[in-house]
Design a protein around this ligand. Structure first.
Ligand code: ASP
Length: 586
């Protein structure tokens, strides 16, 4: 027999009337009504009302006087039906209560640093006392939801024939676009492991190793600035298939997505999910993570402004615009211009159509009839322009689009829009070095007929890389990989890596590609981003039990900590202060 309880608080119902039970949990609330004391007792299953009546039991009534919020209690008593006027229809146990015969304080609690039913507690305080925060309904809901979804993901992967295999955390740095976390090695002072940014090359080795369908819910570490959708450590549903087509990988993922929605009893998105080419996403939404829950699409006016009298238009590589459904005032336009500049724009040209449909714009006098006709828009709207390089025009209008959608409340929160972005470029120009670098990672295969472009026209080479987007959040990425050593080497060399450098960094992997590497490809879904959206949360911190703050520290344990001289010496590491300033939080 369990010494603490024989029933859970949340499961007691009218049918249990007359039963004697023992329950245990936390005192969520205590009300003293002169004679009677009411205690809401909470365990993981829910809440039951205890009634302590001094006429029934003097001892329990005495104990009940000492009880404070969040004390841990054990109670024995009888289930009785509540009087009609005392029924609480808001909780599942609201028809009944326990008339207490025995009450014990199992564990006491200091007054809490915040009330568990206060929704406005500062995040650092919540994280400092995360174990209390975890008792709150929202956290209980989020982590139980997380469990349900992860169980569904595992079931789906199992049903689809994937084998769960582990990969090392301590490894050699692989290029995934972030900095590595480094781990010194006592047995080899002065040398470092990198914590895996992802299992990328290991999962490719599983394909070469003949497993054909691998998956793992893998922890990944990336030393990046922390934001709403980024933490130093996070999990991925990481998977890889041998002999796949892109459509097969996408189909595997779509099944996982549908199973996850269904596990929560939610309507799943219809398969197949829509697909959009990267170039199209950039042109119409100014980003490779388009939120298509609202319109506000970007339009191109480069052709029509070629001979414009307005020099800014005539001289720009690209002229694009979007139409906001509102006639902005000068002050609003000045603010939007500042936003455009934050995104890297030089300014913000505009044409306002007032309520009567009259044009208000400092540039209108320079625009031809054809131009004005091309931008012509409904009364009470504003056409906002970006005239710049194509990439900058996309960036500025993409940024404005998101901001305007929020400000003008154009987003329909009840919608879930998932889609694939496909046909990414293979390379992008690195702003710092001016060299070609990878867009996804250097193991991504070019489109089959774009292989020759690796050398002849890297800017135009498209890859077999695909991203899953949900309401403007990137949920994950994947690609068909390069499985031929010569192609891999050509990609390295297009990125400015000499053969010697490629061999010294990736020789072990290039060797593997020469020993019967099958065609392969895969995907990685960011588990926390996926869970955050399923839970309706704005940041992944709400679905991570013990997250770090924006400055990269853990308010609960105080980590990271300084390490003493002798320990460092043993590791062959010397430290130097000061440290860089902490980044700002979104
Ligand atoms: N390793 C990649 C990433 O973490 C995912 C993949 O290509 O499968 O984004």
């Amino acid at each position: 027999m369990n010494p603490w309880r024989d029933r859970y608080c949340g499961e007691l119902r009218a049918e249990d009337e007359g039963t004697r039970v023992m329950v245990a949990g936390w005192a969520a609330r205590r009300r003293d009504h002169g004679g009677l004391i009411f205690i809401d007792l909470r365990d993981h299953s829910g809440v039951i009302q205890l009634v302590v009546n001094p006429e029934r039991t003097r001892d329990a009534a005495k104990t009940a006087h000492d009880v404070r919020t969040e004390f841990v209690l054990r109670a024995r008593g009888e289930i009785v039906r509540r009087a009609a006027e005392a029924v609480n229809p808001n909780i599942p146990t609201g028809d009944v209560e326990i008339q207490v015969d025995e009450l014990d304080i199992v564990s006491r609690s200091e007054p809490l640093p915040f009330q568990l039913d206060d929704d406005n507690v500062d995040e650092p305080l919540r994280l400092r006392y995360r174990y209390l925060d975890l008792r709150r309904e929202r956290m209980q809901r989020n982590f139980r939801l997380s469990h349900t979804v992860i169980a569904a993901i595992r079931r789906s992967m199992d049903e689809q024939g994937f084998v769960d295999i582990w990969t090392p955390s301590l490894t050699l740095g692989t290029p995934e676009g972030a900095r590595d976390f480094l781990v010194p090695v006592r047995l080899q002072p002065g040398r470092f492991f990198a914590l895996a940014q992802s299992p990328q090359l290991f999962k490719q080795l599983f394909m070469i190793g003949g497993f054909e369908r691998y998956y793992q819910i893998a922890t990944c570490w990336r030393d990046e600035d922390l934001r709403a959708d980024r933490q130093f450590e996070f999990r991925q549903l990481d998977l890889e298939l041998a002999f796949p087509t892109r459509d097969e990988v996408i189909d595997v993922m779509e099944r996982v997505v549908v199973a996850s929605f269904q596990s929560l009893g939610r309507d799943a998105p219809t398969r197949p999910l829509p697909r959009m080419a990267y170039a199209d996403a950039l042109l119409r939404y100014g980003t490779d993570k388009p939120d298509v829950r609202y319109g506000l699409e970007i339009q191109d006016a480069t052709e029509v402004t070629r001979g414009s009298q307005f020099g800014v238009f005539a001289n720009a590589d690209a002229v694009r615009f979007l139409v906001a459904p509102r006639a902005f005032s000068r002050a609003e336009l000045a603010r939007l211009e500042a936003v455009a500049k934050e995104w890297g724009g030089k300014g913000l040209a505009y044409v306002v159509y007032d309520e009567a449909g009259e044009v208000r714009s400092p540039i209108a006098k320079f625009l031809s009839e054809d131009e004005l006709a091309a931008f012509s828009s409904a009364p009470d709207s504003t056409v906002l322009f970006a005239a710049d390089t194509p990439a900058m025009a996309a960036r500025v209008l993409g940024g404005l689009r998101v901001q305007l959608a929020e400000e003008l409340e154009l987003i329909d929160d009840s919608r879930d829009e998932l889609l694939w972005v496909v046909d990414f470029p293979l390379f992008q120009n690195d702003e710092d070095s001016g060299e070609w670098t990878f867009v996804h990672h250097p193991f991504t295969a070019p489109l089959e007929d774009h292989e020759d472009l690796i050398e002849t026209d890297p800017a135009r080479a498209l890859s077999q890389h695909y991203d899953l987007i949900w309401n403007g959040w990137e949920q994950g990425s994947g690609s068909i990989r390069i499985h031929r050593q010569d192609v891999q080497q050509r990609v390295f060399s297009a990125m400015g890596m000499s053969d010697e450098e490629a061999r010294s960094k990736f020789g072990w992997f290039l060797d593997a590609l020469q020993m019967g590497a099958p065609p392969h490809g895969g995907f990685a879904l960011g588990i926390e981003r996926f869970l955050a959206l399923l839970a309706g949360e704005d940041t992944i911190r709400e679905v991570i039990p013990f997250p770090k703050t924006a400055s990269g520290s853990d308010p609960l344990t105080g980590a990271p900590s300084e390490i003493s001289g002798p320990v460092l010496q043993e590791l062959g590491v010397a430290t130097r202060k000061p440290r860089p300033a902490a980044p700002k939080e979104r």
